[in-house]
Design a protein around this ligand. Structure first.
Ligand SMILES: Cc1cc2nc3c(=O)[nH]c(=O)nc-3n(C[C@H](O)[C@H](O)[C@H](O)COP(=O)(O)OP(=O)(O)OC[C@H]3O[C@@H](n4cnc5c(N)ncnc54)[C@H](O)[C@@H]3O)c2cc1C
Length: 428
């Protein structure tokens, strides 16, 4: 069931820190002996610092049964758990005020109307992506994995190995091989061919998967459909490592900053999310230091960056300019004790960085498919034995949803009795 699920998370390690771990687009039941691609393994240039490059907002790890978070169901099936720290609040900074927002059945939207305006509450609802709604139900708590979000990956990898799964981490898939109209395996950058016994399951985005297929293998109308699927915008990222000495002792892990209601929550450079996971998981930074990740959530236009040479002065200038908004909000959240110039680590990522290291076409957050207007595609493809399960597929973007996407695909590949056995095992 879980062959692909860890793929959704593999890139949660430091990515701008030049450590790349790749998996995905892999063949199930591989018969070859696989080793990692040594060219993809590099030393962490910032010893002691460990950054999350993506998810940091988690909940429901302890949930079980029918209503559980799909990721918790997968971990349950593998007999694994992720040690977490629980918490229940995050700081909200609005143009007119700032306050601590608690999750659970609170009156958050009413508070927002009171402190800001009805328009602000309407705008906020746009941010109510997949799990936010869950956070306002009774008994909910947020959970941050000890050892960072890489801890989730580690649990999935352990679970896979325990059940005899063979993982080829650190390998780049160059091509999905199609023979006689069927997907039969993958060709790695190293030149190695991995033959699939049952199926090839791609965890790369729909656009990236398309680029790995021979042009003639996929009907033109399907390829066009994929190319025309609208994409969410990309990200600006700021990763900082700094001395915690002059930072408030009660600093929270998560902060959301809205700069200007009149521009809308989805306007570029208007909303910044900040995560300081080392306040909960001390081992993410050297003793006495913090790691921080600030980002503009899927609102940075790729078009601004497209075609720029990453070494050009123009690129560097634009990077400094677009980084400014994140630096300003970090100062607001961390207080006067914070100084950008005193940071031991300062890494700015652009949509080009995101595209390169997170290996996402145009550095996109995912398909811009609006609920009620269209649906995310299913997991089978027009090519027999090729399946896709990732956030361009049903049920969509976010860690719990991609875990569900993996589970659905895995269930399509096993027999009904095996399927039933697993459902029984996890109490569904
Ligand atoms: C900044 C940011 C913050 C986020 N925060 C949250 C959050 O707090 N909570 C949450 O639930 N979700 C969050 N998300 C969304 C979540 O991270 C994604 O929806 C999820 O990771 C998508 O999983 P996926 O498996 O579909 O794709 P990916 O995570 O993109 O996984 C695809 C994998 O395939 C690999 N790959 C691609 N091409 C190849 C190739 N040719 N060969 C080998 N490997 C390849 C990539 O390296 C990657 O590891 C966030 C996203 C971002 C960008």
């Amino acid at each position: 069931m879980t062959l692909r699920v860890f793929g959704c998370l593999l890139q949660t390690r430091p990515h701008f820190a030049r450590e790349r771990r790749v998996s995905s687009a892999r063949a199930s039941n591989a018969t070859e002996t696989l080793v990692g691609d040594p060219s993809l393994k590099q030393k962490n240039p910032f010893p002691g610092y460990k950054f999350d490059s993506r998810p940091s907002l988690f909940s429901g790890f302890q949930s079980r049964g029918l209503q559980a978070n799909p990721l918790a169901q997968v971990l349950d099936a593998l007999g694994e758990s992720v040690p977490c720290v629980s918490y229940d609040s995050w700081m909200v900074y609005l143009p007119e005020c700032e306050f601590l927002s608690r999750i659970g059945p609170t009156e958050f939207l009413k508070d927002l109307e009171k402190y800001a305006s009805p328009e602000a509450a309407r705008e906020w609802k746009k941010l109510l992506i997949y799990m936010f709604a869950e956070w306002y139900k009774p008994g909910c708590s947020l959970e941050y994995p000890l050892n960072g979000s890489g801890g989730v990956v580690d649990a999935l990898v352990r679970g896979m190995r325990k059940f005899g799964g063979r993982l080829a981490l650190g390998n780049h898939v160059d091509k999905i091989v199609v023979e006689n109209g069927r997907a039969t395996g993958v060709k790695l950058r190293s030149g190695q061919f991995v033959r699939a016994k049952k199926a090839v399951v791609s965890n790369a985005s729909m656009w990236d998967t398309l680029n790995m297929l021979p042009t003639e293998a996929i009907p033109r109308s399907n390829a066009e459909g994929i190319r025309k699927t609208p994409q969410c915008d990309s990200f600006m990222h700021l990763h900082l490592g700094f001395d915690a000495q002059d930072i408030p002792e009660d600093l929270g892990i998560h902060h959301v900053v809205v700069n200007d209601w009149s521009r809308g929550m989805d306007a570029d450079q208007n909303v910044v999310l900040i995560s300081v996971p080392s306040v909960m998981s001390k081992d993410l930074a050297p003793p006495g230091n913090y790691v921080l990740h600030a980002y503009t959530p899927g609102t940075e236009p790729f078009g601004l960056w497209e075609g720029l040479d990453r070494r050009s002065p123009e690129y560097k200038r634009l990077k400094e300019e677009r980084d400014e908004v994140m630096c300003n909000v970090v100062k607001r959240a961390l207080g006067p004790g914070f100084s950008r110039d005193r940071c031991e680590v300062r890494l700015v990522g652009t949509p080009l960085t995101h595209q390169r290291f997170l290996r996402r076409n145009h550095g996109t957050y995912g398909p811009a498919i609006q609920a009620g207007q269209a649906t995310f595609p299913g997991h089978a493809t027009p090519i027999p034995q090729l399946f896709c399960c990732e956030d361009s597929m049903f049920p969509g973007i976010g860690v719990p949803t991609v875990a569900a996407s993996g589970a659905i695909t895995a269930n399509s590949l096993v027999s009904v009795p095996e399927h039933m056995q697993l459902l029984d095992a996890v109490g569904i």
